[in-house]
Design a protein around this ligand. Structure first.
Ligand SMILES: Nc1ncnc2c1ncn2[C@@H]1O[C@H](COP(=O)(O)OP(=O)(O)OP(=O)(O)O)[C@@H](O)[C@H]1O
Length: 326
């Protein structure tokens, strides 16, 4: 069989299963990893099929506008595992208020740049405690702007995956409730952000990316206000008095991150130097862990035949046509 046809037919089959399931299950949304499509045609047919259902497209492409009637979640431009992509998308969705613990999601994913969908997950957010404790983040918007959470999560994933100058990096970002957080912190080193005007130290400013990555090499944690202003880097969290809720077996960085979220309303995002795992903490609990993807081995003949690579959504030839679907 022609390789291109084979890839498209697998993707279409998965889209077909998802469409059938959306009729059978009381699902609240279908999440589709949009970057795997070789063109926009299959998606256009799918959207016609599932008209009336909520479809959320997940993409690594900045500024991508989905076809009319769809919502878009932008995930970091980093290759993640299939489940990793879904986890990050759900996490950002919850932080933005798009999903909550009552949602049942049908999720379609695939290997980044493979050009086809190959995985279907059904996630009942209330019961997926092994994957994420969604309810811990539902009030997050009250203290952290969603775009700040999204930005820091992306930075953490980039640091975890790429490290700095070829070396792994470990760090911790504490977001929100920063006045209270600072009450539990001492400086490990001189605070490099001290004295700068607020508009020059906001994490949403893309010009700060390299600075933040550089200061991630310092011992200690970043303390960031809910609106993105970085209050401190190199902060040491005093973890003397903490609740018993904190998971056992954590190292000092992860333990201090859990502790500060038990003591305040902040959310903490850690990057582990030893494993490359990104962990999100709230209320002293682990909300989600995103494992570092392992580098792929040499391609097999089957993979070469199959993984021809998709086009970016903006390059889809049918982008114009599908944008008309209500
Ligand atoms: N209380 C704390 N507050 C802020 N940072 C801390 C604290 N304790 C440890 N750290 C930071 O964590 C670093 C690593 O500590 P440790 O290896 O014990 O933690 P870990 O949780 O195992 O993290 P990793 O997985 O990154 O190794 C320390 O060098 C220090 O920079």
């Amino acid at each position: 069989m022609d390789k291109e046809k084979l890839r498209i037919s697998v993707t279409e089959k998965f889209l077909g299963y998802a469409a059938d399931l959306s009729e059978t299950l009381p699902s609240s949304a279908i999440l589709v990893y949009a970057d795997v499509f070789p063109g926009g045609e299959e998606l256009a047919r799918f959207l016609e099929h599932v008209r009336g259902h909520r479809v959320v497209l997940v993409t690594r492409e900045a500024g991508f506008e989905g076809p009319e009637g769809t919502e878009v979640i932008e995930v970091p431009g980093i290759k993640l595992t299939r489940l990793g992509q879904i986890k990050v998308a759900v996490l950002i969705g919850v932080a933005r208020g798009l999903f909550n613990h009552e949602d049942l999601l049908i999720c379609l994913s695939g290997v980044a740049e493979s050009g086809h969908l190959d995985s279907l997950f059904i996630l009942d957010l209330e019961s997926e405690f092994e994957i994420f404790a969604v309810s811990q983040l539902e009030d997050l918007r009250e203290i952290v702007r969603p775009e700040v959470f999204q930005r820091v999560l992306s930075l953490a994933i980039v640091l975890a995956t790429q490290g700095r100058e070829g070396r792994p990096v470990g760090t911790c970002f504490i977001l929100g409730d920063s006045d209270e957080v600072l009450q539990h912190c001492d400086q490990m080193v001189i605070n490099p952000f001290k004295g700068y005007p607020e508009n020059e130290r906001n994490i949403l400013d893309p010009r700060l990316e390299e600075t933040v990555k550089e200061f991630a090499l310092l011992d200690g944690a970043f303390v960031i206000r809910g609106d993105g202003v970085i209050e401190s880097a190199g902060a040491y969290i005093r973890t003397g008095v903490v609740s018993e809720d904190i998971p056992s077996g954590l190292g000092a960085r992860h333990r201090s991150a859990a502790a500060i979220t038990a003591l305040t309303r902040a959310v903490a995002i850690t990057v582990s130097e030893s494993t490359g795992t990104v962990t999100v903490f709230r209320n002293g609990k682990i909300v989600m862990e995103i494992e570092k993807p392992h580098p792929l081995g040499p391609e097999t003949e089957w993979q070469r035949a199959f993984y021809a690579g998709p086009r970016a959504p903006s390059e889809w030839p049918h982008q114009k046509k599908i944008s008309k679907i209500p």
